[in-house]
Structures are given as C-alpha cells and as structure tokens.
Design a protein around this ligand. Structure first.
Ligand code: F6R
Length: 609
C-alpha cells in the first residue's frame, strides 16, 4: 500500500520524482503529493486522484529542486482528500514526511503533541511524525528522526526532508524501502524496485530497525542508536521494458499474454535436465529434515491463497506430505504451536503482504521450517524465511489483479512438489521424469489457451451487465473457481462466488435463476460425471452455464450454453491452463464495463498494512 519515492542528486527533482511515483502508483492511487527543497524552503504539491493529476501541476513548475520526496496514497486513516495526502508537514512547514504503514499509537501522540502546541491539519496517523520530529529537533535531522521513531508503535517506511538541508532521512519497520544507487551522491529511494530500475540496477535493501541518511556526498545506514550497519549492494534484474505496457491496452492484458513466456522461464530455471529432477538450490533444509517433515502449512492471502489450495493438492499427491492451507490472517488466531517437523510455505507475489509476514514471523518463532514462494527478489518475506525458498521469476506484475504470478506460483509449487517427492523418496525417478517431460509442453498449451480470446470477448459482451456470477469446480479446480471469482469481482465489481461444485447444493443453489451465469471448470477426470450432474442441476433451475472444458470433451456442448475450450492436459497442468480463460473473461467483462482495470477502486497491489 502507498508508494514512496525520494530523490537526491543533480537532476530536476520534479520530473524524476513524478516518473518514480508513476511507476509505483499501483501501490495506491487515491491521492498523491510531492515536497521539494528549494532555496531554503519546502515547496509542496498535493492532489486527489492518480499521479497523472499531480504531473499536470508539476509541469507548471520551474525545474530547480534537487532534494525531494513523493507519495502515492492508499487511504487507511482519513478519506482521500488533499489535506490527507502526503507529504505531511511540521507546524513551521520545514519538515516533510512521506509514510507507508500504520502508526498504531497516533491518537495518544496526537493528543500529546496538541497539548504541546502543535496544530494538525489532516485526519491521518502519519501527521504525528513530522510534528514529533519537529518537537525533538535540536539541529540534527537524523537524530530527531531516530528519537521520534523510538516513540512510534506500528509499521512504517518513511522518508523525511527538512528545508535548507541537503539530505533525505529514511527508515523502515515492517514496510519495504529500497535504495537505488545511481552514483556517488545521487540516489533514488523507493518502496518498490519498479521506481528505481529506470535509473539504476544497483540496490541496497533497508532492513527493519535501520535508518538511512542520503546526502550529495554519500549514504550511511545505522540503527536507531547510530551504530553503523554494512550492507551488500544487490543487482536488480528487472528491465524497464518489463514494467511498460508494450502495446497492450492494460498491464493486466499484457501480463495474461506473458504467461507462456513466464512458464518457459520457470521451466528453464528450475529444471535439472541431466539429473531429471527440478532444482531448488535456494532451499536450506537437510535431506534428513525433509524426510522427517510431518506436514506442510501454506500461508498466504488472496490469489496467493488460491494458488496455495492447488499447492495442497500437489504436495499431498506428488510429495506425499499432508498439507493445510491457512489464510495468513487467520493463522494468527490459531492456538496451535508449530514445530521443526512442520514446513511453512509462505506464498506471496510481492513478498511484503503484512498478514503473510506476520504469520511467517509467528511460524518462525514456533521453530517451524519456513520457505517462501515469492516473486519480488529481496522482498521482506524472501529475506525472513528461515530455510530459503524459491523465486517464481515472472517479472514485475503491475496490474493490481494478479495473473502471471498465479500461474507462476502454481508451476513453481508443482515443481517444488516433484523435488520434495524425490527428496523424501515418495516419488520414483521415472515418475518425476515423466511429469517433467509433460511440463515442457505447458507453455505451448498456454499459448493455445490464449488463442480463444475472441470467443471469450463474445461471451464477456453477453454477460457484461450480469450482477452475480457463480464459479464451480472440483478438486484442484476448487482453486480455479475461487480465483476466477476473485478476478471478476476485483476488476469488474460484479459480485461473484467461487466454491466446490458439490457445495452449491448446500445453499447457494437458491441463488440460481435465469439471470445467473455459472462458470464451471470441467476437467475430464474421475469427477467428470459429478460435474455434469452439477451442470444439470443448474440447468434445471434455468441458470446459464459457461463451461471451461477440454478440446477432447465432445459431450459438453450438449449440456452447457457456452463452451470455452482449453487444450487437454493432466490434472496438474490444467490448474494453470483453466485459469487463463477465466482471467480473460474477467478482463473483457471489466473492459466492456469501462472499469479502471489496472487500478481497481479501493485496491492496492500490495497490502502492507
Ligand atoms: C488479487 C490479488 C490479491 C493478492 C493478495 C496477496 O488479484 O492480487 O488478492 O494476491 O493481496 O498478495 P501477495 O501475493 O503479494 O502476498
């Protein structure tokens, strides 16, 4: 949530900052703002709406500031108004702060600061920070920031500037902050690497509890007591092209179409063809500990949770490991303590989701082995897992609705299950080899699935005005049905429910009438007859059936009103292939409804609060 950017250097601060925050406005887009230090004072600009509105305002400015901070907001405390937009200022207007996170004790601090004479102008939790820094300032900005941080409870990634001082002070606790090193004395600071890649490939990831002071002479990282910390600078491998639309109308559509390629990348990176076993060099658990595992617990939210449900199926079937999938937020409510015989798998595209991170920390403190299935390299979850993990390497996902990360998570989890099955001895070498052979055809099958887009557009146009949708699937396609429903509701604002097909009879069937489209994932497997039975039940109540079905299914068109074909494949591969038409269906319905597809209302790409 919320995007932060800071820049210090010789370039024009306005255009550099605006470019930076435009790159990460998927983190929040209800208001935006910027503060620039110019000739001993601060110039602040704020607006309600996306960064593009702010851009229009800044274009009227003369280019002269070279120290600046900017923000794109996803509201938590206070409505999206100009007054609530960041940066927030101290009473004297000399200190400006941008913040991502939540200050839990803001009410107590506000009360105290008001009693000390401070005047507040917004409803935000953030505004206590500049006032507190002002209150503690005795001539040294970093010292005042460190003293203020000691009084804050909650989470933050902050960047602070003060009029007349050529420096940015940044700090993090629970919200990501990355420092891009352009050159000595020229830095770009951001909550997301997408804001940095354009300027540099050299990045230094701040850790919780650290303060970083950037000046035009260099930078220094310390703890809150000024003890220096040394870091290794990492190389970013995302290109600028990867974060641009490349001719597609929306990032989401581009990312849907990238899936054959992302699948190829995953297969190329995780296959050890010589030894006929997937390779996972990043996992640090001894073979004996892997054998001794009693169960896996998958922790995730949203789309990553849905991927986890398919992961449960892979791990139980292929690796013979009992698996539970728990919403990360619910995991914290559980009384059970984990042990070293538990393997926790934290799935997160961003690697920053607050609930997943909190659940992971609890699992770590219980003594479980924890690994990550993460996209963003160097993200907090990737760093805090105690036994390594795997990156899905699908490149930057900019569209708020997750697409290529979902199939990347499924593919990576399936490969991981094959590896684990071999390591635990539950899978024979020939079985692993046969699965890997089948997997090599996956990218081409995904390409074939994408070819049915025209038909999907026609169906989307028919149902663009529906008010409810139901998605049904069995077994591994329970995950597909949840994911299909999630995609539709988040970008088109149509109410949709996904559930196991048989569950429909236990209540939701009451919703079926001639206006209700029901999307079935119809795989030709042991449950085929049962799914057909569910379709009959919907038809008997005049519901409309849209079936996602395999090419070889010659019966389905007699039962369903609309059929979207996907290539034939195994159960495991079908979990990825069936997701593609559902992503396209949601996308085209949302497009017909003229929705803000890449930035749906009320959402943000990564939920770090
Ligand atoms: C839906 C979506 C969200 C995320 C969820 C978890 O399209 O993107 O449901 O999946 O917020 O995010 P990550 O995977 O970054 O932990």
């Amino acid at each position: 949530m919320c995007g932060i950017v800071g820049y210090i250097g010789k370039r024009d601060a306005y255009s550099t900052l605006i470019k930076g925050i435009s790159r990460i406005d998927y983190r929040g887009y209800d208001s935006a703002g910027i503060a620039v230090s110019i000739n001993g004072s601060l110039e602040t600009l704020k607006c309600v709406g996306a960064v593009s509105t702010l851009k229009k305002e800044t274009s009227k400015k003369n280019a002269c500031g070279t120290v600046s901070i900017g923000h794109t907001r996803w509201a938590t405390h206070g409505k999206p108004t100009k007054a609530n937009a960041h940066p927030h200022l101290s009473c004297d207007g000399k200190i400006a702060v941008v913040h991502n996170g939540i200050i839990e004790n803001h009410q107590a601090l506000r009360k105290y600061l008001i009693s000390e004479g401070h005047k507040f102008t917004s409803e935000t939790d953030t505004e206590v920070i500049p006032h507190l820094i002002e209150h503690l300032y005795e001539g040294n900005l970093e010292k005042a920031v460190a003293a203020a941080l000691k009084q804050l409870h909650g989470t933050y990634g902050i960047a602070v500037i003060r009029a007349g001082e050529k420096k940015i002070v940044a700090a993090r606790k629970g919200s990501p902050l990355i420092l891009g090193i352009i050159g000595k004395g020229e830095y770009i600071l951001a909550s997301d690497i997408a804001a940095i890649t354009e300027y540099t490939k050299k990045a230094d990831y701040l850790e919780d509890g650290e303060i970083c002071v950037l000046t035009d002479k260099g930078y220094r990282i310390t703890d809150h007591d000024d003890a220096p910390h040394s870091h290794i600078v990492k190389t970013i491998n995302w290109s600028v092209a990867a974060i641009e639309k490349q001719g597609f109308e929306h990032y989401m559509l581009k990312e849907i179409h990238e899936q054959p390629e992302t699948m190829r990348t995953i297969i190329a990176g995780k296959f050890d063809f010589k030894n006929k076993i997937p390779k996972f060099g990043g996992i640090r658990i001894t073979p004996l500990d892997l054998k001794n595992l009693d169960r896996a617990i998958i922790l995730a939210c949203g789309t990553s949770f849905n991927a986890g449900l398919a992961g449960e199926y892979f791990l139980e079937k292929t690796a013979g490991l009992k698996t539970e999938v728990v919403y990360a937020s619910e995991f914290l409510c559980k009384a059970e303590k984990l042990s070293s015989r538990d393997l926790v798998i934290a799935i997160s595209q961003s690697g920053e989701t607050a609930d997943t991170l909190a659940a992971l920390r609890k699992a770590n403190s219980d003594g479980a082995h924890s690994i990550g299935v993460v996209n963003v390299v160097g993200s907090t979850i990737a760093r805090e897992v105690n036994s390594g993990g795997l990156y899905i390497h699908v490149g930057p996902e900019v569209g708020v609705a997750s697409t290529k990360a979902y199939t990347g998570q499924l593919l990576s989890l399936f490969l991981f299950s094959l590896w684990l099955g071999r390591m635990r001895g539950s899978l024979k070498p020939a079985e692993a080899e046969a699965e890997m052979k089948r997997l090599t055809s996956l990218p081409a099958l995904a390409e074939a699935a994408l070819k049915n887009e025209k038909k999907i557009i026609a169906i989307a146009s028919k149902f663009k005005n529906a008010t409810n949708f139901m998605y049904l699937g069995r077994g591994i396609h329970y995950a597909t049905s949840l994911e299909g429903a999630l995609k539709l509701k988040e970008i088109s604002y149509i109410h949709a429910e996904g559930m196991p097909a048989a569950e429909m009879k236990h209540g939701p069937i009451a919703l079926i009438d001639k206006k209700m489209p029901v999307v079935f994932a119809v795989k030709r497997d042991d449950g085929y007859e049962k799914i057909i039975g569910n379709i009959e039940e919907v038809k008997a109540r005049k519901g409309i059936v849209i079936a996602i079905a395999e090419e070889s299914d010659k019966e389905i068109h007699k039962k369903a009103d609309y059929v979207i074909r996907v290539p034939d494949s195994t159960q495991e591969l079908s979990s990825m292939l069936f997701a593609i038409p559902l992503q396209l269906l949601a996308y085209h319905i949302a497009r017909f409804r003229k929705c803000e597809i890449d930035k749906p209302r009320n959402l943000a790409k990564s939920v770090t609060v």
